[in-house]
Design a protein around this ligand. Structure first.
Ligand code: EPU
Length: 427
């Protein structure tokens, strides 16, 4: 864990280009999917992030062979390409010290169980944004025939004769449960029908990749029909660009009254936030290589954002918009409907002069004339980015502590911002 801090001298209008990396949240299930095949899987466009290293460590712990293509080591690759061979898996247990560091490790449960008929995975705890239970994952696996018990903090799952297809309705849309159960159903006997699935681009990236390896998954509306196959073949799968990284830098352009071209992202996945950026004074245009976000006018609009499942406004962009709304537009509101405790950044933004009132799961944000630099503390990944954005726009110096959170999701953050003129460093 890094005890360094990020130091920003605010007030620079950012101008330039930022290359958008592969998506963390798409890459994690794609890496877990490699468990399903005995043949080599080449995963391309991996971001170089702490969470990705943790997932690769977990796969190596299970016995997968991991080989970084083209370079000598993972550090040198800056992510990009890794070849995974899972035929050597000799362990079906994901222990506490690995799962505890990253709760998304739970996506290995479905693949291990369906492939090997048993799995023992440490039960992930809550985190700074909510309780984050995994009951939908476990209930759906039970409906596929798994026996599941919780003992000594571990999920013990068994399906000695394999899983069997079933018709399952998720009580609520869940990205992780959709991914876990689709992967489990791919090697189950017979047909599985999943209702009320998540349709986030990261889920579709997984579905398309599994189909390219021989899975039979059809998605229609919020229903997935999966016909189990005996095995998956090897092949190449590619991580989609990170729409949340792109969205975060789009906010950086607007909050600093700047002009940034986001290279490698397409307009489609930014649609849920585009209208809000425009109403808050940005021009958002498609370019040959991506999307350009340019400040054009100061806005007097009042915005109401409400986080929802895709294609709604992403919860992973709520904190960054709080930073933006604290100095942009007219009095605005934000409602968080996905996680019960995702307002930890508010107290920190208030320390920088933001005027934000919290009422249950709603915020009233009254824009102030300017933020002022302060010492603040990052509480989770997206909250950290909100503080970086606030620091870029603030007068004076902002020091952000607890920055290990930001390394989970933003590759080369300082370098990318510095290339656009920001005065930002790690000390
Ligand atoms: N939920 C349950 N039971 C379950 C599963 C989910 O009650 O079994 C609840 C959650 O507590 C939450 C809601 O359902 O209130 C939706 O959670 P979801 O399962 O969709 O979230 P997730 O899969 O745990 C992923 C992303 C998050 C992102 C959410 C929502 C990954 C690794 N994580 O989490 O990303 O916020 O979907 O879009 O894909 C981030 O990147 O900063 C991040 C937190």
């Amino acid at each position: 864990m890094s005890d360094k801090k990020i130091v920003i001298e605010g007030g620079v209008s950012l101008q330039g280009k930022i290359k958008i990396n592969g998506s963390k949240n798409a890459a994690l299930p794609l890496l877990a999917a490699a468990i399903l095949s005995d043949d080599d899987i080449l995963v391309e466009n991996l971001p170089h992030l702490r969470d990705i290293s943790l997932m690769l460590n977990l796969l190596a712990h299970l016995g997968s062979e991991i080989c970084f293509e083209g370079y000598g080591s993972y550090l040198a690759t800056r992510g990009k390409k890794v070849r995974i061979s899972s035929k050597s898996i000799n362990n079906t247990e994901a222990p506490y010290d690995l799962v505890n560091k990253m709760r998304a490790s739970i996506v290995v449960l479905g693949p291990i169980l369906t492939k090997y008929g048993k799995a023992k995975v440490s039960l992930p705890g809550g985190c700074a944004i909510g309780l984050r239970p995994i009951n939908y994952h476990l209930d759906a696996l039970k409906q596929l025939g798994a026996e599941i018990s919780i003992r000594n903090g571990n999920i013990i799952a068994r399906a000695p004769k394999g899983l069997t297809g079933a018709e399952i309705t998720f009580p609520r849309i869940s990205v992780g449960a959709t991914e876990n159960i689709i992967m489990a159903a791919v090697l189950a006997k017979g047909k599985t029908i999943l209702h009320n699935i998540a349709l986030e681009p990261e889920v579709i990236n997984l579905v398309d990749s599994l189909n390219s390896l021989g899975a039979k998954i059809e998605v229609s509306g919020r229903t997935a029909k999966i016909t189990g196959v005996k095995k998956l073949k090897g092949g190449k799968i590619t991580v989609i660009p990170d729409r949340i990284e792109a969205g975060s830098y789009a906010v950086a352009a607007l909050i600093t009254k700047g002009d940034i071209e986001l290279i490698g992202i397409n307009m489609g996945v930014l649609a849920p936030i585009k209208e809000f950026l425009e109403r808050l004074g940005a021009e958002v245009t498609k370019t040959k290589k991506g999307v350009r976000v340019r400040y054009i006018k100061s806005s007097t609009e009042s915005i109401a954002i409400k986080t929802e499942e895709y294609p709604g406004f992403p919860t992973d962009m709520q904190a960054q918009f709080c930073a933006l709304l604290s100095i942009c537009g007219k009095e605005s509101s934000a409602e968080e409907t996905i996680f019960e405790n995702r307002f930890m950044h508010i107290a920190e933004l208030s320390r920088m002069g933001a005027d934000i009132e919290v009422k249950g799961n709603r915020l009233n944000i009254r824009p102030v004339a300017g933020l002022s630099g302060a010492e603040v503390s990052a509480t989770d990944l997206r909250a950290s980015m909100a503080l970086v954005l606030a620091g870029l726009a603030a007068n004076g110096t902002t020091e952000i502590h607890n920055i290990h959170h930001i390394d989970r999701g933003y590759e080369a953050l300082e370098e990318k911002l510095r290339n656009c003129g920001a005065n930002i460093s790690r000390k």
